[in-house]
Design a protein around this ligand. Structure first.
Ligand code: FAD
Ligand code: SF4
Length: 483
C-alpha cells in the first residue's frame, strides 16, 4: 500500500456508498439504502483521515472506538486486523456502522467537518466488518479460559447482545433469554430493512453462538421462566429489557380508525416486507396486533420528528402513499432525528412541517384531518431545550387519511423487578450505579447480583449507547464474579 500522505483529503472528496435509486425506493424497494464500498473506495475514504493527535471522532463515539487506527488498517488493506480492532471496543460494529446517527456522533466530531466533509467513518466500519466476515474471519477466543461462572442475560437487543459478547470474552458463560424467536430486539423488528437488512442480524447470531453464547428464544422471563429461577441457576443476571411504553400525547380523536402507533405499524409492516409472521407474539404492551390500513394512494401524516418518525415517513413512501407529511413542534435544528435520515426522507418526497403542534385528530369514524397550531420557541426547559409555545390564532387543519403517532417511548418495567428489590426511577427507568465513587459496580442495580443497561436504564435512546452499557455492565459483572 502506498505511504499515507497527510493531504489525501484534498485530493479525495467525501463520498458515501451508492444508494438505491430514488425511483426504486418510491416503487417500494425495501433493500438497504446504502450499498457497500468496494475495496478501492474504502481505502481512499479511509485515507482521508488526518490522524489528528487528539481523535475527536473517538470522543464523539459513545464506545470510544479506535477509529483512526482501524481507518489506517483499512487504508492498508489489513481487513482482518481492522475487524479485530473494531471488535475490541464495539461488540456490534457492522450494525453501528449502518444505524448510528454518525452526523451527531463520530463524524459530527471529525476535524474535516471544517469545510471538507467528515471521513465516512460509519460506512468504512461497515465495509471492514462485512468484508472480514464474508471472508470467514471470526472473533478469536482461543486464549480465553472458562471461569465456570454463568450469567443469564434477559433481552437479546443490542444491550443484551453486547453484554453476552463481553462475558464470553471474559470466559463467563452467557445464556440470553428473549421473548421473541429472533435476536436483535428493535434491530430485528423495529428498525426497517432499508436501514438494516435482517441477514445482518442472522450473521451476528451465528457469530455469537460460535463464541459460545447460548440463546433461549421465545422465552419470556416472568412468564415462561421465573426471575427467581434465574437468580437460583445463575451467578448474576443482566437486564436489557428495552423501552416499550409509547407516549400517545393524549390527543382528542386518537381512537379514530386509521390512527396508528408508530412501533406496531413498523413491526407489522416489517413482518410483511420480509414475509415473516413467525414472531408469534404481539409486542409487549400492545397485546393485539394492529390491522394495517392500505397506504397506497393515501395522504399520510406522521406526528413526531425522532428516528422512529423518520422510519415511519420513509416506510409510508415505500408503501405508495400519495403524500407524506411530518409534523414536528420545534424547528429543524431541534429535531431529534438524524440529519442524514431527514435529508433522505426529504429526497424521497416527505414534506416537513416544522413549528406545528398537533391539537386534535378529526374525523367521523375514521381520521380525516389533524388540527395543528403554529409554535414559536420560548424558554429553555430543565434539559436546556427551548419549549414550543403555541402562537394564538394560528390553528389550521391538515387533511389526512392515515395518522401515525410517534412521540417516543418510556420504559415499562415488569412488576417482578420491584418484588426482587430492583429499584426504578419515577419514570420506570431501572436505577444503576456508575461505579465511579458511588460504591457500586458499573451498571449494578439495587440488587447486588443484577445488572442492567440500554433503553430500560436510559429511556429510549440509541443502539450504540445500548451497546456501550451492555459492554460496561459485563465489566461490572466480571468484577463481581472474578474478584
Ligand atoms: P431493545 O432493542 O428494545 O431490546 C430489548 C429486548 O428485550 C427485546 O428483544 C425484548 O423482546 C426483550 N425483553 C424484554 N423483556 C423481556 C422479558 N421479560 N423476557 C424476555 N425478553 C424480554 N437507534 C439507532 O442508533 N439508530 C437508529 O436508526 C434507530 N432507529 C430506530 C427506529 C425505531 C423504529 C425504534 C423504535 C428505535 C430506533 N433506534 C435507533 C433506537 C434503538 O433501536 C434502541 O435504542 C436499542 O434497540 C435499545 O437496545 P436495548 O437492547 O436496550 O433494547
Ligand atoms: Fe461512529 Fe457509531 Fe461506529 Fe462509534 S459505533 S464509530 S459512533 S458509527
Amino acid at each position: 500500500m502506498s505511504k499515507k500522505t497527510p493531504f489525501e483529503f484534498l485530493d479525495t472528496a467525501r463520498r458515501m456508498p451508492e444508494r438505491v435509486p430514488l425511483s426504486l425506493r418510491k416503487q417500494g424497494d425495501w433493500s438497504e439504502l446504502y450499498g457497500r464500498f468496494d475495496g478501492g473506495d474504502a481505502k481512499h475514504q479511509a485515507g482521508r483521515c488526518l490522524d489528528c493527535g487528539n481523535p475527536y471522532c473517538s470522543w464523539g463515539c459513545p464506545l470510544h472506538n479506535r477509529i483512526p487506527q482501524w481507518l489506517e488498517l483499512a487504508r492498508e488493506g489489513r481487513i482482518h486486523e481492522a475487524a479485530a480492532l473494531c471488535h475490541e471496543t464495539n461488540p456490534l460494529p457492522e450494525i453501528c456502522g449502518r444505524v448510528c446517527p454518525q452526523d451527531r456522533l463520530c463524524e459530527g466530531s471529525c476535524t474535516l467537518n471544517d469545510g471538507f466533509g467528515a471521513v465516512t467513518i460509519g460506512a468504512v466500519e461497515k465495509y471492514i466488518v462485512d468484508s472480514a466476515l464474508a471472508d470467514g474471519w471470526r472473533p478469536d477466543l482461543a486464549a480465553v479460559t472458562a471461569t465456570g461462572k454463568r450469567v443469564a442475560v434477559v433481552g437479546a437487543g443490542p444491550a443484551g447482545l453486547s453484554c453476552a459478547d463481553r462475558l464470553a470474552r471474559a470466559g463467563i458463560a452467557a445464556t440470553v433469554f428473549d421473548r421473541y424467536e429472533s435476536i436483535g430486539g428493535l434491530l430485528q423488528f423495529g428498525i426497517p430493512s432499508f436501514k438494516l437488512e435482517r441477514t445482518v442480524m442472522a450473521t451476528r447470531h451465528g457469530i455469537l453462538e460460535g463464541m459460545g453464547v447460548e440463546f433461549r428464544l421465545g422465552v419470556e422471563v416472568g412468564r415462561d421462566v421465573g426471575f427467581d429461577a434465574l437468580l437460583a441457576d445463575y451467578d448474576a443476571v443482566f437486564l436489557g429489557l428495552g423501552s416499550y411504553r409509547y407516549t400517545d400525547g393524549g390527543l382528542p380523536g386518537q381512537d379514530l380508525r386509521n390512527v396508528l402507533p408508530a412501533l406496531p405499524f413498523l413491526v407489522q409492516n416489517g413482518r410483511i416486507v420480509i414475509g415473516d409472521d413467525t414472531q408469534g407474539r404481539a409486542i409487549a404492551g400492545w397485546e393485539d396486533e394492529i390491522a394495517l390500513p392500505e397506504l397506497r394512494g393515501r395522504h399520510v401524516v406522521v406526528l413526531g420528528g425522532g428516528d422512529t418518525g423518520m422510519d415511519c415517513v420513509r416506510s409510508a413512501v415505500r408503501l405508495g402513499a400519495a403524500s407524506v407529511r411530518c409534523v414536528y413542534r420545534r424547528n429543524e435544528a431541534n429535531m431529534p432525528g438524524s440529519a442524514r435520515e431527514v435529508a433522505n426522507a426529504r429526497e424521497e418526497g416527505v414534506e416537513f412541517l416544522f413549528n406545528r403542534q398537533p391539537l386534535a385528530l378529526l374525523g367521523d369514524g375514521a381520521v380525516s384531518a389533524v388540527r395543528v397550531a403554529e409554535t414559536r420557541l420560548g424558554e429553555a426547559d430543565a434539559r436546556g431545550r427551548q419549549r414550543a409555545e403555541i402562537v394564538p390564532g394560528s390553528e389550521s387543519e391538515l387533511p389526512a387519511d392515515v395518522v401515525i403517532i410517534s412521540f417516543g417511548f418510556q420504559p415499562d418495567p415488569p412488576a417482578w423487578l420491584s418484588t426482587h428489590g430492583i429499584a426504578q426511577h419515577d419514570n420506570g427507568r431501572i436505577r444503576v450505579t456508575g461505579g465511579k465513587g458511588d460504591g457500586g459496580l458499573p451498571f449494578q442495580t439495587t440488587h447486588p447480583r443484577v445488572f442492567a443497561g440500554g433503553d430500560g436504564v436510559r429511556g429510549a435512546d440509541l443502539v450504540v449507547t445500548a451497546a456501550y452499557e451492555g459492554r460496561e455492565a459485563a465489566k461490572g459483572i466480571a468484577q463481581l464474579l472474578l474478584a
